[in-house]
Design a protein around this ligand. Structure first.
Ligand code: ATP
Length: 306
């Protein structure tokens, strides 16, 4: 039986007021099962980070609900509830150089959350927790006294991962965790994330713009276009049967390893004007079991026929 850890219902996130109001995310609907890797994929500026930040409470929401383990976590929360959410949901950022305090030692950086939340009994306990964690991410105890700038990009991301996981989170939001890294170390960091997920029973929300990366790590994928989730499906189902025209376009741009096929393939161009929503409004519909697509009645009827 799969259990839902996160449910996003008709979520809207906007910035600014009145004439300046900009709706970055609208009508978002999806859920994340316990223990899975769920990826949010879309081009730059589509609203992926905005959704991730809303889940950890860094962005306010203007409509809809974020349910975590059965409890609504957007809007007003008691201090106790907010603290609980902040510990249970941790984030790993794209650029480890920018997200680590360069004047602090690795020991300090990894311990900061433990201090803030009093998650250790005494100094010895704290040190043991930090030592265990640094080993789990493939670094050494002697690294603890050093500073972030003394490490490579891949190592710094390992420090970022240790800082997040020492909080013993349930959900980890990894926002483009390998995009800023050298190609040569990307696979190592992905494998590390996979290994830690299995060992610690973590649930991942993975944010990425590159479909070929998420294919290998995701159980399910949501595709987002200009703030609207247009399709959600299990990974292989999405790659085999993409339905929404934007997903089809995104998939057509993924390189094929065979040079002959790659040369002859046709890129699908997405034209957002093809949708006429003036009279019939779109909504998220389950077209096949577990496969959700955004469209109005006429479009969904066509997608069902295809
Ligand atoms: P990227 O991959 O470039 O990070 P993204 O899909 O994560 O892209 P977001 O960072 O979520 O996109 O941004 C979505 C939209 O919301 C963008 O148009 C962005 O300019 C806007 N936006 C994000 N944060 C704010 C803010 N604090 N104030 C105003 N607009 C914002």
């Amino acid at each position: 039986m799969t259990e839902k850890l996160v449910e996003i219902k008709d979520l809207e996130i906007s910035f600014g007021e009145g004439k300046k109001k900009f709706v970055a995310v609208k009508n978002a609907n999806f859920f994340i099962n316990k223990g899975e890797t769920f990826s949010l994929v879309g081009e730059s500026g589509s609203g992926k980070t905005t959704i991730g930040r809303a889940i950890i409470g860094l962005n306010d929401t203007s409509a809809g609900e974020i349910i975590y383990d059965g409890q609504k976590i957007n809007g007003k929360l008691s201090n106790e509830q907010r603290k609980d959410v902040i510990r249970k949901i941790q984030m790993i950022f794209q650029d480890p150089a920018a997200s680590l305090n360069d004047r602090a030692t690795v020991d300090y950086i990894i311990s900061e959350g433990l201090h803030n939340f009093k998650l250790y009994d005494n100094e010895e306990d704290r040190r043991n927790k930090v030592k265990d964690m640094i080993n789990q991410v493939g670094l050494l105890e002697e690294h603890l006294t050093r500073y972030p700038h003394e490490f490579s990009g891949g190592q710094r991301q390992r420090i970022g991962i240790a800082r997040a996981l020492i909080m013993e989170p349930e959900l980890v939001i990894a926002d483009e965790p390998i995009s800023a890294l050298d190609v040569s170390v990307r696979a190592q960091v992905l494998n590390l994330l996979k290994k830690l997920q299995a060992e610690l029973g973590l649930t991942y929300l993975f944010i990425a713009h590159d479909l070929s990366v998420v294919r290998f790590i995701s159980d399910r994928i949501a595709v987002i276009y200009k703030g609207v989730i247009v399709e959600v499906a299990e990974t292989e189902e999405l790659f085999r049967n993409p339905i929404h025209p934007y997903t089809r376009s995104l998939l057509s741009a993924v390189p094929i390893p065979d040079p002959l096929l790659e040369r002859d393939k046709e890129l699908v161009v997405y034209d957002p004007d093809q949708h006429d929503y003036s009279t019939s409004k779109p909504y998220m519909a389950e077209l096949r079991p577990g496969h959700f697509v955004w469209g109005n009645d006429a479009e969904l009827a066509n997608y069902r026929k295809a």
